[in-house]
Design a protein around this ligand. Structure first.
Ligand code: GLY
Length: 282
């Protein structure tokens, strides 16, 4: 029996959304928020309970103009099989075979473009990156959230597929100069985030990382540094999410195999990563 989603309408340190699986769970959450004032005096918003795979649809916006970027999906749970606590993202991939072009066209025409137009009409025109956190439900594409920034770690797998010069693209958004055609590589890209053991909870820093050069010997591999630093000339861990290893391949299977091989070359006593990034589409 599906139910609703009580959401505290205010700051709640990331704990304000309750995915209530039945009425009693929803009632408990509402009591907690409205009668026991868990987050202080405030209101709640009750949203529809949605099911289906989530995906990220980012678009560049300049006033009423909207240019969609390639779709991506991230993986928020810490461990393989979508187990464990939520994180800032343990990996991502692009493209998404489970989203049909009709779904993408619907999301662009009925969700992202109307938002840009609505902002313009309301007198607060937007120029930048509009991030749609969407879900493919049995009733069609629905909205989970919007952000006004690039998604992380989705951007790390989307931008490597963009073949058009990024400076010209960003200038078009910022200054209203003509937008070139956005050309996308047919290649797939998958990225694995390597994180400090204990993340997203407590973790230690300062562990030496070796093997980066070796991992980069494959020209289809890139490494983004997220939480590293140099200590006495050695690369060491310096954050929760430490680095993201991405690989490009002719399809998702190929990209996955290359990314996995590259992560296997990184040696560090305190890193873990998910091996099943892309599992929904592999
Ligand atoms: N990956 C989710 C976000 O950037 O909000």
């Amino acid at each position: 029996q599906t139910c609703a989603l009580p959401i505290y309408d205010g700051l709640a340190a990331g704990k304000g959304v309750v995915i209530a699986n039945d009425r009693s769970e929803a009632a408990l959450a509402l009591k907690d928020m409205l009668l026991d004032d868990r987050f202080g005096k405030g209101k709640v918003v009750v949203e529809e309970y949605l099911t289906g795979p989530e995906f990220s649809f980012m678009a560049l916006v300049c006033d009423k103009q909207v240019w969609p970027l390639a779709l991506a999906q991230d993986h928020k749970r810490a461990f393989d099989g979508d187990e464990g606590p939520n994180t800032g993202g343990m990996g991502a991939y692009s493209p998404l075979p489970f989203i049909r072009w009709e779904d993408e066209a619907y999301a662009l025409e009925k969700i992202l473009k109307p938002v840009a137009e609505g902002l313009f009409e309301a007198g607060c025109p937007f120029r930048g990156l509009l991030y749609g956190g969407l879900m493919k439900t049995p009733d069609g594409i629905k909205v989970i959230e919007f952000n006004c920034r690039f998604g992380d770690p989705e951007t790390e797998v989307v931008l490597p597929r963009l073949e058009t010069d990024i400076y010209t693209v960003f200038s078009a958004v910022a200054d209203g100069t003509p937008m070139p055609e956005l050309k996308w590589s047919d290649n797939a890209v998958i990225g694995f985030v390597m994180a400090s053991r204990g993340y997203p909870g407590k973790y230690s820093k300062g562990y030496e990382i070796e093997g980066v050069e070796d991992a980069l010997s494959d020209p289809d591999v890139k490494i983004y540094h997220m939480g590293t630093s140099l200590k006495e000339g050695k690369l060491v861990t310096a954050g929760g999410r430490v680095m993201m290893v991405i690989a490009s391949g002719k399809d998702l299977q190929d990209a996955h195999a290359k990314a996995l091989a590259a992560t296997g070359k990184i040696r560090c006593d305190n890193l873990f990563f998910r091996r099943d990034i892309g599992h929904y589409s592999l």
